[in-house]
Design a protein around this ligand. Structure first.
Ligand code: TRP
Length: 467
């Protein structure tokens, strides 16, 4: 069992593992939300999908769809006092709900968590490799084809990918093995302020470059002709992914939250910080891209192919390049530990493992599963496992699609419906510790019962059947 820190809270069992401070929890939860999705994915999606309109829809989707589900997920974790499976079992007993919910929310989240971490840590490995390359000055004076070649060379080599993927998981394990307070919280309190500092330095630098005005317009001007239904739904999907809901990680983090914490207020802070980081990342990246006359609509290669060219040309490029990739490492690492913790807490609870053993087992399983993603870029790059169903795509494409579009949205929908419809108004108001007639509670209920489910279902149907 996880009992590394025993602190009594009034009215609660003295054996609970809890965050030692609200600030620590906030940093850990913002760390979970702020990840590769904000710095790597958001800017290229905005770049491809109409700039300002995409940003606006993204912000609205965050507030109306993802935030209400985040509140529900943290709330369920705290009320069930455990990770997704055990929390749902406890809540079902407390409320006499159907056992189906443990399947949908609990097991769905666990499968999603393990699958997500398996490929997230491969990309986390890329960020480590690129940090070393930046420090060593390997980007100096490279051109487009040279940069593309550097990237290809990395992903073509399964040994290199395996090693960095392993190193990234090992770093996450070193933090998680320390426990909630001494590992996760302590590291988040250092890493998150550092992340904000590095981001601020990069934005300030970007503001001094000649491409700043163009970068600004690119990100904020309404470019209606690049916006489509597809872009609209991508914005909803991205809001969901960026806020880390639907994986059970927030449920696990919520289970360490004291009764006195204001879940609604804290969730709003997480959502605002998360959105702010995404926008600031765009403001750091696009001016640099325009200053060096590079393509802003490159897509996934924006971070790993386009930006290194700019770092290789600018004065102080080794410093700024290193800073940028360190930023990515920090963002990825604080996210991956929340997913790893979900797996570790699960093994500790259900298999009665100690934290050390649970961490080693989780890390190994995730590394092994990650090999499917590793090989998708090289030896299995032309293997399409679901071709017989008419689905083309490597293991990586399929796992990413399953996690981002099927599991995340499915579990998210389950959480919204369970919190909004299966539990009574009185029970949820009690879990959230707010007055049933307060404006924020009424607003949240409308979002979680109606707006969020509609948004999720529309995004889901479109992604799976119409795109
Ligand atoms: N929010 C993370 C990011 O922006 C990705 C993510 C999605 C995630 N779901 C998660 C991270 C669950 C941790 C836990 O990159």
């Amino acid at each position: 069992m996880l009992n590394e820190n025993k602190k009594s809270q009034p009215g609660e069992s003295p054996n609970l593992t809890l965050w030692s401070s609200k600030f620590g929890f906030l940093m850990a939860a913002i760390g979970s939300a702020v990840g590769l999705g904000n710095i790597w994915r958001f800017p290229y999606l905005a770049g491809q999908n109409g700039g300002g309109i995409f940003v606006l829809v993204y912000v609205l989707a965050t507030l109306l769809v993802a935030l209400p589900v985040l509140i529900a997920e943290l709330m369920l974790g705290r009320a069930g006092r455990a990770g997704p499976v055990a929390a749902m079992r406890a809540l079902i007993v407390q409320n006499g709900s159907s056992r189906v919910w443990t399947g949908i929310i609990g097991w769905g989240a666990m499968v999603a968590a393990v699958l997500l971490l398996s490929y997230y840590s491969v990309i986390g490995g890329w960020t480590l490799k690129y940090t070393f390359s930046a420090i060593l000055g390997l980007f100096t004076h490279i051109d487009q084809s040279h940069s593309a070649h550097l990237f290809q060379e990395m992903v073509n080599n399964p040994w290199v990918l395996m090693a960095y993927h392993g190193l990234f998981i090992l770093l996450s394990m070193l933090i998680v093995v320390g426990g909630v307070e001494k590992g996760i919280e302590k590291s988040a309190v250092i890493m998150m302020p550092l992340l904000f500092l590095v981001l601020a330095i990069l934005v300030i630098y970007a503001a001094t470059t000649p491409g700043f005005a163009r970068g600004w317009h690119f990100l904020f001007d309404f470019n209606v002709k690049n916006f489509s239904m597809r872009a609209f739904l991508a914005a909803i999907g991205q809001a969901f992914f960026a806020l880390s809901v639907g994986i059970g990680a927030m449920m696990t983090y919520g289970s360490y939250l004291t009764k006195s914490a204001d879940v609604m207020a804290v969730s709003l802070k997480i959502a605002l910080a998360d959105t702010l980081v995404a926008i600031l990342a765009g403001l750091a990246i696009f001016p640099i891209v325009f200053t060096y006359a590079l393509a802003p609509t490159e897509g996934p290669g924006l971070t790993f192919v386009t930006l290194p060219i700019a770092f290789g040309q600018m004065t102080g490029g080794i410093f700024f390049g290193t800073a940028f990739f360190v930023l990515l490492v920090l963002a990825a690492l604080t996210s991956s530990i929340s997913v790893l913790e979900t797996f570790v807490a699960f093994l500790a609870h259900h298999f009665n493992m100690g934290r050390f053993v649970a961490t080693v087992v989780s890390g190994f399983v995730v590394w092994l599963l990650g090999l499917l993603t590793v090989f998708s870029f090289n030896i299995l790059s032309s293997f399409h496992p679901l071709e017989f169903l008419g689905i083309t795509g490597t293991f990586f494409n399929i796992i990413d699609f399953l996690v981002s579009n099927v599991f995340l949205l499915g579990v998210g929908l389950g959480i919204a419906v369970y919190a909004g419809w299966a539990l009574t108004q009185q029970v949820v108001a009690g879990y959230l510790d707010v007055h049933e007639r307060s404006i924020r509670f009424v607003l949240w209920r409308v979002c979680v019962r109606v707006i969020a489910p509609i948004g999720i279902v529309v995004a889901f149907v479109f992604e799976c059947f119409l795109s």
